[in-house]
Design a binder for this molecule. Structure first.
Ligand code: GLN
Length: 555
């Protein structure tokens, strides 16, 4: 019994990942890869992300500024890095694994008002840092983990992450098992053709001024780091040469764990922590990567994006989970995915361009908010429905499929979602009743229908066949739904609602029988797709897309 209790409370080891030189280094992928490596060596791993912004969560951030909002099983709206962790580690991560400055200060201020620090001057150190430490240690109190990876957002030297760095510095001093991994960038200057280590030296210097000596330096660069550069980084950054790990650009992010394994990062971490167990098994992962690298056939999926027009952001960041889900499903079917971005606004100006969709094997209208490009999306859906092009609608993509069907098949002229036109004569998509008050009071943060909800699938439908189950759970993030008043007319005209909430009120899935693949869902199945376990609806889309391609070729 004592043994069991001791086992349950065995101490978790913390791996703290910091970033240096520039943001957008791929720290999230590096963190996920280190976690995957430890997992493949037989350890029980989870991960956390610290975001130093004041927002309480990412739900109120614009995708073009911060990338996609990741939705957790328990309804958190958080940073997309949590998506990398879930995909690589194949685990569900709860929302409290994302810590923001807003949450931390919110709690400290609340405690101060309640008199919990009565008589004390409440200060960033120790009160805020204590709150941070408590949050970092929380997972180990709820579950037994061997490793908790904690990625600290931003770059060392940023004003806003300083208290988080101070908190993790204290954790090590207080006796927690902590390994610090600093991810930096080693630029190769065009004019010189030489990799420069100076920015890395400076960023480690900044880290050491804060009192943190990194155990490992993971150097991101365009090409693998040579021994000369490794030696130099080691000397100037106070680490051994073998503690400098090269993490060059590669063809596939899922291969990063293998690059780290080649340099024995995991064994080196285990050695530092005196951990003996190593039941390494990388074969399935290696085979998975090998298989992807040998694929020669391509399937093309068009994603009708909307977050196109702001600054120099990467479009792919706004739709990262959708893209990854397409990749997983394509790989699973032994095809290389090719994503084509479709700007629906183009079709509004040039309807004749809709014909370009014929050259695409399958189309996705993903989730979205607001008015822009809506009519173009509806026209896209009409085109793919009428021309038998495989279609998958996600959340907004389902809502607009209903609008399109109502207008063009049920003859409900100018049908619309009330999110887009409050005065529409046929509000086929309307606010969920529980959301009305929330919107009236402008309580926007964390109040949508969020997280995993069950749906009961109708036997004999394509969706039921794809999931192979009667009841499934998918993650949601929306305020609008199919207006129950229009279900009868839509179904009478051939649309099938193949999945509903268990009480039968909310329409969760739809499909059009007779079409090669026309499926849409109010949920976001992309959040549950994993590299070796594609999401069923994406898998179905790819299979139909491949079929369309094959028929085209044989004709
Ligand atoms: N804007 C729509 C809603 O709130 C769709 C949201 C989404 O696509 N995630 O219902």
């Amino acid at each position: 019994m004592l043994f069991v209790i001791l086992g349950l409370f065995s101490m978790a080891h913390y791996i703290i990942i910091t970033g240096g030189v520039v943001s957008g280094l791929g720290k999230g992928i590096t963190t996920a890869s280190i976690g995957k490596l430890l997992q493949m060596h037989g350890y029980n791993v989870t991960a956390m992300k610290i975001d130093p912004y004041i927002n309480c969560d990412a739900g109120t951030l614009r995708p073009t500024e911060h990338g996609e909002v990741w939705v957790t099983e328990d309804g958190g709206e958080i940073d997309q890095d949590l998506g990398h962790y879930e995909r690589f580690l194949d685990i569900n991560i709860p929302k409290y694994h994302n810590i923001t400055t807003g949450q931390v200060y919110g709690t400290v201020i609340e405690k101060e008002r309640k008199g919990e620090y009565l008589g004390k001057t409440v200060q960033p150190i120790p009160h805020v840092t204590n709150e941070i430490k408590e949050r970092i240690k929380k997972p180990s109190k709820e579950k037994s983990y061997d490793f908790i990876l904690v990625e600290i957002g931003g770059t060392v030297g940023d004003y806003e992450n300083i208290l988080f760095l101070e908190a993790v510095r204290q954790m090590k001093l207080e006796g927690e098992d902590v390994i610090f991994i600093h991810v930096t960038y080693v630029p190769i200057l065009d004019a010189l053709g030489e990799a420069k280590t100076k920015p890395t030296q400076h960023s480690v210097k900044l880290l050491r001024e804060i009192g943190i000596q990194p155990d490992f330096i993971v150097a991101r660069s365009e090409k693998p780091l040579d021994d000369v550069r490794k030696e130099k980084i080691a000397l100037f950054c106070n680490v051994h040469e073998e503690e400098v790990i090269s993490n060059p650009n590669i063809d596939n992010v899922y291969a990063v764990p293998l690059i780290l394994e080649e340099q024995q990062l995991c064994q080196k971490i285990l050695h530092k922590l005196n951990l003996k167990k190593d039941t390494r098994n990388l074969k399935p992962w290696r085979d998975f990567i090998e298989n992807i690298r040998n694929l020669d056939k391509t399937v093309t999926i068009g994603i009708v994006g909307k977050y196109f027009d702001i600054g120099t952001f990467k479009l792919s960041d706004s739709y990262i989970s959708v893209i990854e889900a397409v990749k997983h499903a394509a790989w699973n079917n032994n095809y290389k995915p090719e994503i084509q971005w479709i700007d629906s606004k183009l079709f509004e100006k040039h309807p004749e361009k809709l014909e370009t969709l014929d050259g695409i094997d399958g189309v996705i209208v993903p989730g979205g908010f607001g008015l822009s490009g809506i009519e173009g999306k509806i026209e896209t859906i009409r085109y793919v429905r009428e021309h038998n092009i495989p279609y998958l609608g996600l959340c907004l993509g389902m809502q607009l499929a209903v609008v399109e069907y109502a207008r063009n098949v049920c003859n409900l002229k100018n049908a619309q979602s009330t999110e887009i036109d409050a005065e529409t004569p046929y509000p086929v998509i309307d606010v969920i009743p529980s959301q009305v008050k929330i919107l009236q009071e402008s309580r926007y943060g964390g109040t949508m229908r969020l997280g995993a909800y069950p749906a009961v699938l109708k036997r004999g439908t394509l969706v039921h066949q794809l999931y192979g189950k009667d009841k499934i759970y998918e993650r949601h993030r929306h305020r609008y739904e199919v207006n129950p008043g229009y279900i009868e007319i839509l179904e009478k005209n051939g649309l099938i609602f193949s999945g509903r909430s268990p009480d039968g009120i909310l329409m969760e899935f739809l499909e059009i029988p007779g079409h090669p693949f026309f499926v849409a869902t109010q949920a976001h199945p992309e959040f549950k797709s994993r590299p070796m376990k594609p999401a069923p609806l994406f898998n179905g889309l790819i299979k139909a897309a491949v079929k369309k391609q094959e028929t085209l070729i044989s004709n």
